[in-house]
Design a protein around this ligand. Sequence first.
Ligand SMILES: O=c1ccn([C@H]2C[C@H](O)[C@@H](COP(=O)(O)O)O2)c(=O)[nH]1
Ligand SMILES: [Zn+2]
Length: 175
Amino acid sequence: MAVKREDYLDWADYFMAVAFLSAQRSKDPRTQVGACIVNDENKIVGIGYNGMPRGCSDEALPWQRKNDDWLETKIPYVCHAEMNAVMNKNCASVKGCTIYVALFPCNECTKVIMQSGIKEVVYMSDTKHDKPSMVASRRLLDAVGIPYRQHIPKQSKVTIDFGALEDELDSTSTR
Ligand SMILES: O=c1ccn([C@H]2C[C@H](O)[C@@H](COP(=O)(O)O)O2)c(=O)[nH]1
Ligand SMILES: [Zn+2]
């Protein structure tokens, strides 16, 4: 009798992988961020990545991070992944949900997370830990007791191979 696969993705790795996959859609040449919002039934209710606002051409606005003229940087224009995930929700409310994010959220995203009723933040990278924005995020989250934790992946790598199913079917049909 066939037994079940044991190397399947667990829920948390799955949701973080969805966040990372979503980040692949970002046009930001430096930092690609993805976010995935999940409800208490393990259903994905929102996905987002960092990008220019709806209707804005990705070519028309600047992608550079630094410029003497702030208006010529991406900062005032780019929509962050977490905000997009909340705005893209496919249900009435994300109250009580968990957000999986590739990067620990900035203070602006943290405010959106808090106002949307999200109850938990799971992040992968914390490379900007000491930036004032992240210090502010932790201060805000701590103030209201929203837990945040770094994701420790069970699988270090998740590979997406579009040919995998055909390869598998080919090998089983010749067995
Ligand atoms: O909470 C966050 C923080 C940042 N982002 C996005 C915004 C930008 O597109 C990049 C950060 O660019 P840097 O050049 O590394 O400053 O990440 C986000 O989506 N969510
Ligand atoms: Zn942000």
